[in-house]
Ligand binder design. Structure first.
Ligand code: FES
Length: 160
């Protein structure tokens, strides 16, 4: 059974819970993403059927809102701050280093699902710029060497 089929029992429970509420589509999508980590393709037909919508309508809403993911989240998420203070302290150079080290663009996810890059615009650590957040933990006063080390540790042993 494909992995995403394992989510179907949860999806059916969420549909049963929310399908009769007005404007049910967005709450259902949020609940599925929260429960599954993303919106599995298998959910689309189930949602469309439960809400009497076309699958194209459901897909349209998913693609319209950038917060919805159609693939499982990466194991690690690295959010490099690109706002003014960090920019003035070398964030763009660090972003270029990340792109080169991981062969990803600024919004990329590695093919093995190990790490995802996401820009962020201020982490509240401006006094210690440049900064990033790795799996929810802020690292500040970054240097190119420290950044390379953080990423290598992530990729080598899978922990950060
Ligand atoms: S500008 Fe980067 S933490 Fe505020």
């Amino acid at each position: 059974m494909p992995d995403e089929m394992l989510h179907l029992p949860l999806i059916h429970r969420l549909l049963e819970r929310h399908k009769d509420t007005p404007g049910a589509l967005l709450p259902i999508l949020h609940a599925i993403q929260e429960g599954c980590g993303y919106i599995p393709a298998a959910a689309i037909a189930e949602i469309a059927h439960a809400l009497n919508l076309s699958q194209a309508e459901v897909r349209g809403v998913i693609s319209f809102y950038h917060d919805f993911r159609s693939t499982p989240p990466a194991r690690h998420t690295l959010r490099l701050c690109r706002a003014e203070s960090c920019q003035s302290m070398g964030a763009e150079r660090l972003a270029a280093q990340l792109r080169e080290q991981l062969a990803l663009d600024d919004h990329g996810t590695s093919a093995d699902g190990q790490i995802a890059l996401r820009p962020v615009y201020c982490l509240g650590a401006c006094a210690c710029s440049p900064a990033l957040e790795l799996d929810g933990r802020v690292h500040a006063r970054l240097t190119p060497e420290r950044l390379r080390e953080l990423v290598s540790d992530c990729l080598e042993d899978g922990t950060c």
